[in-house]
Design a protein around this ligand. Structure first.
Ligand code: FAD
Length: 222
C-alpha cells in the first residue's frame, strides 16, 4: 500500500514528532511504501496566492478557484503544489499527524489544504463526496490535544471531539472522496507519565501494522 503522511508540528522532539516517526518506521517495516511531507521542515508556504501557479487566467482579479481550474487544464501549478498533489493522488492511505490548535489543524496544514485541494484537479465539476476524484482512498487523522478526554465529550468543557473533527472529516477529506478511518487521538500527552506515552506509541504501532484490515467510519451530522 502507498501511504502519504502529512506532518505538521514545529518541534521534531515533540510527541507529535514521535508519533510521526513511529508511523514512518512501522509502515515501512510492514512493507508499505511511505512518502511524507514534514510541512514545517519544508517551510511549506500556507498562503493561497498567485505563487501557487505558473499560469495566469485573470491578471486583474485573483480568484483562487478560477486560477486552480485554469491551472488544472494546462498543468499550471507551481512545483511545491504539484508535488503535493502527486503524493495525494499516489497514495492509498493518507495520514495527518498534528496537534489540535484552536479546535482545528495548525494553520500550516489548513493552508496546505487550501492550496493543494484545488478545484478542477482535486474536486469540482460534479466530483465531490461519493463521486470525489480521490474516492477509493482512505484517510486517518492522528492528533494530540492539550485538554483531557473528559473535556471532549458531549456536555464536556470543549464538546464532542467528533463534532470538532467534522469540518476536517466531512468538509475536507470526504468532500474530495476519501473514506475516513477512526481518528487516533492522544489526549493531553504532556499530562502523562513517560511510560504511558511509550505505551501509546506501541499501541499506535500495533494499529498501523493492521491498518489495511480497518473499515471506514460514518461521519455524523452533529
Ligand atoms: P509535547 O508537549 O511536545 O510532548 C508531550 C510530552 O511528550 C513531552 O514531555 C515530550 O518530551 C514527550 N515526548 C516527546 N516525544 C516522546 C516520545 N517519543 N516518547 C515519549 N514521550 C515523548 N489543546 C486543546 O486541547 N485544544 C485546542 O484547541 C488547543 N489549541 C492550541 C493552540 C495553540 C496555538 C497551541 C500552541 C496549543 C493548543 N493546544 C490546544 C494544546 C496542544 O494541542 C497540545 O499542546 C499538543 O497537542 C500536545 O502535543 P505535542 O506533540 O506538542 O506535545
Amino acid at each position: 500500500m502507498n501511504v502519504f503522511i502529512v506532518y505538521a508540528h514545529p518541534e521534531p522532539k515533540s510527541f507529535n514528532g514521535g508519533l510521526f516517526r513511529t508511523a514512518v518506521e512501522v509502515l515501512r517495516a510492514a512493507g508499505h511504501e511511505v512518502r511524507a511531507s514534514d510541512l514545517y521542515a519544508m517551510g511549506f508556504d500556507p498562503l493561497s496566492s498567485r505563487r501557487s501557479f505558473l499560469t495566469v487566467k485573470d491578471p486583474d482579479y485573483f480568484k483562487p478557484q478560477i486560477e486552480e481550474t485554469h491551472a488544472s487544464e494546462v498543468g499550471g501549478f507551481a512545483p511545491d503544489v504539484a508535488e503535493e498533489m502527486a503524493k495525494l493522488e499516489w497514495c492509498d492511505l493518507m495520514i495527518w499527524q498534528f496537534p489540535l490548535w484552536w479546535f482545528g489543524p495548525p494553520a500550516i496544514l489548513k493552508g496546505w489544504v487550501d492550496r493543494v485541494f484545488a478545484m478542477g484537479r482535486i474536486y469540482g465539476y460534479g466530483h465531490i463526496y461519493e463521486t470525489g476524484r480521490l474516492r477509493g482512498k482512505r484517510a486517518l487523522l492522528s492528533l494530540t490535544t492539550g485538554g483531557p478526554a473528559a473535556a471532549y465529550v458531549k456536555g464536556g468543557f470543549n464538546g464532542d471531539i467528533d463534532g470538532i473533527l467534522r469540518p476536517i472529516h466531512r468538509g475536507m477529506l470526504q468532500f474530495v472522496g476519501f473514506e475516513v478511518l477512526a481518528p487516533h487521538i492522544v489526549y493531553g500527552p504532556v499530562r502523562l507519565e513517560e511510560a504511558e506515552r511509550l505505551a501509546i506509541l506501541e499501541r499506535y504501532a500495533e494499529r498501523l501494522r493492521r491498518i489495511v484490515e480497518e473499515s471506514p467510519i460514518e461521519v455524523g451530522e452533529y
